[in-house]
Design a protein around this ligand. Structure first.
Ligand SMILES: [Zn+2]
Length: 90
């Protein structure tokens, strides 16, 4: 950089005046949980009074996936009992 290009304190401060982070807004769902505005509720899966996401089915699917992953790891020998205990602690 050439000295001519150097920014003074004022220019740096003016650039940084737009760098502030704003807190995320939250709306209250009809189930009482906080949710992001214009998004379906992560707790009950409702949006605008209608069920959009089947939360029960999703958790069942996730449990099935983790179970399958664990069995695959165990069969390949990458997951031993000591490792499983470490993962449960974490
Ligand atoms: Zn909800």
């Amino acid at each position: 950089m050439v000295v001519r290009m150097r920014q003074n304190r004022s220019q740096t401060a003016m650039r940084r005046s737009h760098h502030a982070l704003a807190a995320k807004r939250a709306a209250v769902c009809e189930c009482g949980a906080l949710r992001a505005p214009h998004r379906a509720c992560a707790h009950c899966g409702k949006y605008n009074g209608n069920v959009i996401v089947d939360v029960v089915a999703r958790t069942k699917r996730e449990q099935r996936r983790t179970k399958r992953k664990e069995t695959e790891l165990r069969q390949s020998g990458q997951l031993t009992e000591s490792k499983e205990k470490e993962e449960k602690k974490a």
